[in-house]
Design a protein around this ligand. Structure first.
Ligand code: C5P
Length: 224
């Protein structure tokens, strides 16, 4: 089977990550969660009390920013590391969700993470999800998908995910966070979230998880 790049972009909480992961598994591809990299950068800035609004802090933060992914052999789950620290659970907390889009507006931070993402996808055979994968990271990706879902559906799904990790958050708080991230991500100057002309749009509001995965796998098989 040929190796291609599959770019999955879309709004916050559409199920991009879990869908992309399952698509990669089905095709025997590598899954790369670009959002996890922005989230890890956020933990780094928060932990070191660095402000993304201060250019000196950004420069300092980028010098020591080291994000990587490692497979946990016990759970068979790919986990995100910041230096030697496993931050997989921390990056999914509301503390990080509330700060990440601000971090992601900074040009220098994007430049560094986009370069890392391009290196990770160089050999193809990857499924990468994010906001600018089809537009900036891999504009030549063989398959581009743009996922959407209505806000209510997305918030309910995210609330369930957080609950499974032991964090109880009110639906309204989650809705506000998703809407605010969508607003910042879509209106920022640097690589704003948008559907590119050659992306296939999939509205997952009324699709099952299996349906979402099967649709993308089918599209991929038509290209491979
Ligand atoms: O995908 P996830 O929701 O984990 O991403 C968290 C945040 O990281 C997004 O809301 C967005 O601000 C930023 N992001 C980005 N570009 C990407 C991936 C994520 O700006 N490629």
């Amino acid at each position: 089977m040929g190796k291609i790049v599959i770019a999955i972009d879309g709004y916050s909480g559409c199920g991009k990550s879990s869908t992309a992961k399952a698509v990669a598994k089905d095709l025997g591809f590598t899954y790369i969660d670009s959002g996890a990299m922005y989230r890890a950068a956020t933990v780094h800035f928060l932990n070191h009390y660095l402000s993304p609004a201060n250019p000196h802090d950004v420069e300092k933060g980028l010098k020591s920013l080291e994000v990587s992914f490692h497979l946990n052999p016990e759970t068979n789950r790919q986990e995100t590391y910041l230096g030697g620290l496993n931050v997989e659970d921390e990056i999914r907390t509301m503390r990080v969700s509330e700060k990440v889009s601000e971090i992601a507006t900074i040009k220098e931070i994007r430049k560094e993470l986009v370069a890392q993402q391009q290196r990770l996808g160089k050999k193809k055979g990857v499924v990468m999800d994010g906001r600018d994968i089809g537009s900036v990271v891999f504009p030549d990706a063989e398959l581009k998908v743009f996922m959407t879902a209505d806000l209510e559906t997305r918030a309910i799904r995210r609330q369930q995910e957080l609950l499974e990790k032991g964090e109880l958050v009110e639906l309204e708080v989650i809705k506000t966070n998703l809407a605010e991230r969508d607003r910042i991500d879509s209106s920022r100057v640097e690589s704003p979230l948008k559907k590119v002309a050659d992306a296939v749009e999939i509205d997952t509001s009324n699709l099952t998880f299996e349906g979402q995965v099967a649709t993308i796998v089918q599209l991929a098989r038509e290209v491979i």
